[in-house]
Design a protein around this ligand. Structure first.
Ligand code: URA
Ligand code: CA
Length: 449
């Protein structure tokens, strides 16, 4: 037996400061003490900074993940038959994949019991998007949640309060101590929530580029590798796909606007672009992880068929109905909130779209009212923007770059100024922008470009 009462926080901090590995007992002592309020913020902040600077090995990161899981409740999904597969994206702009992927996967017979979060800062959140559907409820009791998944094959609800309290506390502290962008801290934060939410398998979409936490490809692969390793140690089959976030994934950025885009893709009418491509790829990996097929290519064909046959759209409608929403929106998107004004933003010069600061585009949508900078802020479901041009596209002077949807015209000028700074128009056409950089699974890695 380890006598954990003999541990002292200051010794744990100095050990990590000097680059040593922490034991499981030390990590448990820290997480337990911090969540109980026995360890003060200043010591926790010092340890976070030491972890940020010195890192953690895979064993420490897995121990930290489990200590965080054990700080709160765990969701028991054993009443749902089959392998429950979850997905997680490391944060994006115009990333509506959940609303497309979850219905497609459910339509292929793999159950999806998903807990999603709200948007913060420049990124959107699935819960906010779903709540733009009239009547849709994201708070279901545990029994109703399980009943909905057993009936429909999918349900998407808000993350319950008691899930991983250590993450809520640590995330708030990291935010104000410049320790967010730490590989072991991000990996344990994401993986602890997925394990606590009861998933049996997980497909991660790790973003890299101007809108992502991990701006370089190397960092994104490192993060992916670490999370796949944690999954392996903790018996949750995990696959990571590394995808591009150098431009918004879909054309729409904003809650109801993104729901409309997801519906149009499920109707076969949307852009043949990155949102659809990444959605089909994620769906294929989820179907494979959930043992709905025996090869990724088979999963791809199944996902494509679910989309083209309209079965994915039917599943989305069924989910909306069971969760109290107006399912007619899938046939008539005008039933979703509409902004009062639609105003174009046009190009000041001729050329090619050379780069897009994706994080800034997310901030533009926030300025229009689609996002929040504090957790308690209200958002406007109707507003946001729809891009008319993508990276590499040719533009003429005066041509539309985007349409802003807004209810408050006073916000236009500020949003337009920032948007024009985010879009750089160059004289020469650049090469095509890759979409998928590779995958990391427990069997190994693939690099595509
Ligand atoms: N997303 C999370 O949930 N946690 C992090 O630390 C970073 C991104
Ligand atoms: Ca979108």
């Amino acid at each position: 037996m380890v006598k954990i009462e003999r541990l002292r926080t200051v010794d744990i901090i100095s050990k990590k400061r000097d680059g040593e590995s922490l034991s499981k007992a030390e990590i448990d002592f820290f997480i337990d003490g911090y969540v109980k309020g026995q360890i003060p913020d200043y010591q926790a902040a010092a340890l976070l900074m030491a972890i940020y600077l010195k890192g953690m090995d895979s064993r420490e990161t897995a121990d930290l993940t489990m200590a965080m899981v054990e700080s709160g409740d765990r969701v028991d999904l054993t009443a749902i038959k089959g392998i429950k597969v979850d997905k997680h994206s490391t944060g994006g702009v115009g990333d509506t994949t959940t609303l497309i992927v979850a219905p497609l996967v459910a339509a292929c017979g793999v159950p999806v019991a998903k807990m999603s979060g709200r948007g913060l800062g420049h990124t959107g959140g699935t819960l906010d998007k779903l709540e733009s559907i009239p009547g849709f409820r994201t708070e279901l009791s545990k029994a109703d949640f399980i009943a909905a998944v057993n009936k429909v094959g999918l349900a998407v609800i808000g993350q319950s309060k008691g899930l991983v309290p250590a993450d809520s506390l640590l995330y708030a502290l990291r935010d104000v101590t410049a320790t967010v962008a730490s590989l072991p801290l991000i990996a344990s934060s994401i993986m602890s929530k997925k394990i606590a939410a009861g998933a049996g398998g997980l497909v991660l979409d790790v973003k890299t580029g101007s809108g992502a936490f991990m701006e370089t490809r190397e960092d994104a692969f490192d993060l992916a590798r670490e999370m796949v390793k944690i999954g392996e140690r903790l018996a949750m089959n995990t696959t990571a796909i590394i995808t591009d976030m150098n431009q918004p994934l879909g054309l729409a950025v904003g809650n109801a606007l993104e729901v409309k885009e997801a519906i149009s893709i499920l109707r076969g009418l949307g852009e043949e672009g990155p949102l659809k491509a990444v959605s089909l790829l994620l769906a294929a990996h989820m179907i494979y992880t959930g043992a709905g097929c025996t090869a990724i290519d088979e999963g791809k064909a199944m996902a494509k068929d679910a989309l083209e046959s309209g079965r994915g759209l039917d599943k989305l409608a069924e989910m909306i109905r069971v969760q109290g929403g107006d399912a007619r929106v899938v046939d008539d998107i005008s039933l979703l909130p509409q902004a009062k004004h639609i105003m174009p933003v046009t190009a000041d010069m001729e050329g090619y779209i050379a780069s897009i600061d994706t994080e800034m585009v997310g901030t533009v949508a926030s300025i229009l009212g689609a996002g929040r900078t504090r957790k308690d802020q209200k958002i406007d479901p109707a507003v946001g923007l729809v891009l008319k041009k993508r990276l590499g596209d040719k533009v003429k002077k005066g041509e539309e770059l985007a349409l802003f949807h807004l209810n408050d015209r006073d916000r236009f000028d500020q949003a337009q100024d920032l948007f024009k700074r985010a879009i750089r128009i160059g004289a020469k056409a650049s090469g095509p922008c890759p979409l998928v950089y590779g995958t990391v699974t427990r069997e190994g890695e693939k690099h595509f470009s």
